[in-house]
Design a binder for this molecule. Structure first.
Ligand code: GTP
Ligand code: MG
Length: 580
């Protein structure tokens, strides 16, 4: 599914345009109806069909980059149905945070500029939000063309295109279409442009393996009598299926997916990107707009680079965003003294304090409530209490730091301004938490280096051993236990095969009788230590909840983790020594 979002100044015709495209009135709240103004996000669905290859957009400067996916072999043929989730946003500056909420996750944006007013303050702000969110496919819609002369339309279009180009940069795909939602003029042409861009988005996706972790910022929560709690949002990456576990953060609460709907239809599974409504099991925490839901992380994704941040304090790399002309204040100028600021990501935003770290562009940001977001998502910086978009930022570290640690970090950053963010993030973590040199740590790092590859790269196994491995995989976290009872005997691999798999590192003995596949063992360690830090305690109940093991299995599992150097018993406590 392609996710399309609207943007543009108040009253420039965004909601009317969505209605002209989809037939749906996205202003659903009574307040919106009464005021004739959008105040919150609105949602609609559109189905278009892929146009023939080679059809070009009526565009200005929309050549796209040479690496455009369309240049690859095209798996999406003419007539292929393209489902498009549409997100309408408010244009009034008072609701800028809601607009930012709608901008996360977009594949394509319609930047609406009314031909009578021309480029206005929120055209500028919204364009900068889209650019902050990394949106680089934009169709500039010159709206309400029935109200003005053709000369005026041409002038507004030229001005808006050059301003948009200044904000989005030369790499962005930028097309322009003139419409009147009132008369229906230009709507077919706009649909063609959307279909062409959506086709490119889908072609781009089809060649790429979806990221394993799916993220969804909740944008709406409601209860349905007899069904329970429903959370809506845009799923980005990953795959969800009925009965899967999904985690809610802040709070890291596991929830079960009881039902999935997308574009009004019930489905049993869905892959991102998609608009979804999830019926979720009861949990101790409320579901709130701004909460992040995510699928359980695999070990592979948890390696050195974080996949998720969820904390009250972060170290940020801040970046300025271009304005459409030279009038704007520089981000560094505004932030140099630090102070109150608002940070928005997805549907979440927090007020907090930003403090320069001593060296541009690095800052510390702390807020009172935990903020959860996918690692390396751009954060939008908004002037405290205002609507001005000050810049964007990326978190490179989460958690509190003391003065000495920060001084160390500044020293690192001085010499590494141009280094990749995930690398910076790893360097900071290693600097703040150097590996202890004691015996247990040495052992554990050996374990880590031996087990890191997820699949064993050994010589091919003979059929009998392959069968034994398959049985072990099928058993999953139920493990294989010897001697088994008679009714299960036929599914048990011979003990000598299991011993061989252990010798090859494919099977892991949790104790002398209980065996688990190595990949499953590693996944369970990752789940158990997820977002934990060395030095923290690990409770048995927590390990049970995170692994789904019964008490009978959780103790051998924890003992094995201890033998592998991940944790250490300290009286009644188990202390975390190292992370996978
Ligand atoms: N003449 C004319 N009027 C239009 C057209 N499109 C929208 N309008 C009118 O412009 C006004 C604002 O339209 P909306 O679609 O509500 O504008 P919006 O951008 O969604 O406004 P906000 O959501 O408040 O930012 C309404 O009175 C519409 O009827 C058009 O193509 N021609
Ligand atoms: Mg509107």
């Amino acid at each position: 599914m392609t996710i399309l979002g609207l943007a543009g100044h108040v009253d420039h015709g965004k909601t009317a345009l969505v209605k002209a495209l989809t037939g749906i009135d996205t202003d659903r709240l009574p307040e919106e109806k009464a005021r004739g103004m959008t105040t919150d996000l609105g949602f609609a669905a559109l189905r278009l069909f892929a146009p023939a290859s080679g059809q070009s957009i009526t565009a200005a400067g929309s050549e796209g980059s040479p690496s455009e996916p369309a240049a690859r072999q095209n798996p999406i043929q003419e007539g292929f149905p393209l489902d498009i989730g549409v997100i309408d946003v408010p244009g009034h500056e008072r609701y800028i945070r809601n607009m930012v909420a709608g901008a996360w996750s977009l594949d394509l944006a319609l930047l609406v500029v009314a031909a009578d007013d021309g480029w206005m303050e929120q055209s500028e702000n919204h364009a900068r939000v889209l650019s902050a969110a990394g949106i680089s496919r934009v169709i500039l819609v010159i709206a309400k063309i029935d109200k003005v002369s053709s000369d005026r339309i041409a002038a507004v279009k030229t001005d808006a295109l050059s301003r948009a180009r200044a904000i989005f940069g030369n790499h962005a795909r930028l097309a322009a279409v003139e419409v009147s939602a009132l008369l229906g003029q230009g709507i077919d042409e706009l649909k063609n442009s959307i279909a062409l861009e959506a086709k490119r988005v889908e072609i781009g996706r089809s060649g790429v393996t979806a990221s394993r972790t799916g993220f969804l910022f909740i944008d709406r929560v409601f209860s349905k009598p007899g069904t329970g709690r429903i959370a809506c949002g845009t799923l980005v990456g990953g795959k969800l299926a009925l009965d899967d576990q999904i985690i809610q953060s802040p709070g890291k609460t596991p929830l079960r997916i009881k039902g999935i709907e997308s574009l009004g239809k019930a489905v049993s599974s869905i892959s991102g990107s998609a608009r979804v409504a999830l019926n979720l099991s009861k949990a101790k925490n409320e579901l709130r707009r701004g909460d992040l839901l995510y699928t359980t992380l695999s070990l592979e994704e948890q390696g050195k680079t974080p996949v998720l941040f969820s904390e009250r304090e972060f170290l940020l790399k801040v970046e300025s965003l271009p304005y459409s002309d030279a009038s704007g204040t520089s981000t560094a100028e505004v932030l140099k003294k630090g102070g109150e600021i608002e940070v928005a990501v997805g549907t979440a935003w927090r007020m907090g304090r930003i403090t320069p770290l001593g060296k541009n562009p690095w800052y510390r940001f702390s807020c009172t409530d935990e903020l959860a977001f996918p690692a390396f998502s751009p954060l939008v910086l908004i002037r405290h209490g205002g609507a001005e978009i000050l810049g964007r930022a990326w978190a490179v570290y989460q958690g509190k730091t003391d003065r000495i640690q920060r001084r160390k970090i500044v020293d690192i950053l001085k010499s590494r301004d141009s280094v990749d963010l995930s690398e910076i993030s790893s360097i900071i973590r290693i600097t703040l938490f150097p590996k202890p040199k004691n015996e247990t740590e040495r052992k554990s790092s050996e374990v880590v280096s031996v087990k890191t590859p997820l699949s064993h790269n050994l010589e091919p196994l003979e059929p009998a051993l392959l069968k034994a491995e398959k049985l072990l995989q099928t058993a999953g976290k139920h493990c294989i236990e010897y001697p088994s009872n008679a009714s299960l005997a036929f599914t048990m691999p011979p003990r000598k095969d299991m011993d061989y798999l252990c010798a090859k590192g494919i099977a892991i003995p949790l104790d002398r009788h209980l065996f688990i596949h190595r990949e499953i063992y590693l996944e369970l360690i990752a789940a158990t230590l997820y977002l934990k830090r060395p030095g923290e305690s690990l409770e048995i109940s927590e390990a049970k909840e995170r692994t789904g093991f019964s008490r009978k299995f959780v103790l051998p599992f924890l003992n094995r983790m201890e033998r592998d150097g991940y944790i250490k018993r300290d009286g009644e406590r188990r202390v975390i020594l190292t992370l996978p």
